[in-house]
Ligand binder design. Structure first.
Ligand SMILES: [Zn+2]
Length: 256
């Protein structure tokens, strides 16, 4: 069987779950309905010391989500807890901190990383995401449009865009004092690293230290003010940056 020409045997576990519900449009991804159908009740409340929590036995669970987090964060947290419900059912209470629930941590060999990878595929499933990036530039304007369409955060969407891109893409997040995290597309060599602080010649630097919360325009900049590694002195990057709700700067750059 197939949806839009997709071979269901190629789908990941969360995609298969969406597929069994017949979901063919991002707007149909109703996480609360999915939770209910899987036997998990969702509660929104003030939580101390964690951002979300699941308490359950083999068949039923209660998922609590921090009601003070912003809505897209709450959505990712719920998807993360559904990942635990799928993978770690019957393991009692699992409290998840803000650091545990992070779309950038999807590759470590930990149950938190697995839950994040599950969440990313549940909110931004490849079978709906990949057809939408054909013929679109990998930049934050594209990520913003897709984030809106999928009701996802800009961060989770930018990471997904990098991971699905054939171009040499890096997504990097900086605070005023350091590089917080980064991820690369498969096409970008693992010898290329982002520099540890935002360079003062970048438009990201201006955004980081200004009151503005607007996105910068896409701009060509010398690769060596962003990256270190073989060949960066002869390269250019196409870069766009945006301020996140916590004041850090998310940049998406493409080596050209
Ligand atoms: Zn967790």
């Amino acid at each position: 069987m197939s949806i839009q020409g997709i071979d269901s045997s190629q789908l990941t576990k969360p995609e298969r779950l969406l597929w069994t519900y017949g979901i063919t449009d991002p707007k149909e991804i109703d996480l609360e309905a999915i939770a209910f159908d899987l036997g998990a009740k969702v509660r929104y409340r003030k939580l101390d010391g964690c951002d979300a929590r699941i308490v359950g036995d083999k068949n039923t669970a209660i998922i609590s989500i921090n009601s003070e987090a912003y809505p897209k964060r709450q959505r990712f947290s719920l998807a993360h807890e559904l990942g635990h419900w799928h993978e770690d059912r019957g393991k009692g209470v699992l409290p998840c901190s803000a650091e545990d629930i992070s779309p950038q941590n999807i590759e470590a060999k930990s149950k938190e990383a697995l839950a994040n990878a599950f969440a990313s595929q549940l909110i931004l499933p490849n079978y709906l995401f990949k057809p939408r990036i054909i013929d679109r530039q990998p930049n934050l304007d594209t990520a913003s449009c897709l984030a809106k369409e999928f009701n996802a955060s800009l961060t989770a969407t930018a990471i997904k865009l990098a991971k699905c891109s054939c171009a040499k893409v890096m997504v990097v997040c900086h605070s005023q004092t350091k590089r917080e995290w980064f991820c690369r597309s498969n096409a970008l060599s693992s010898e290329i690293w982002p520099i540890s602080q935002v360079h003062h010649d970048t438009s990201a630097f201006e955004l980081l230290f200004s009151e503005s919360s607007k996105k910068t325009a896409c701009k060509k900049e010398a690769a060596n003010i962003w990256l270190t590694g073989p060949g960066v002195f002869n390269s250019t990057v196409n870069v766009q940056s945006a301020k996140l709700p916590d004041g850090t700067i998310l940049s998406l750059l493409v080596v050209i």
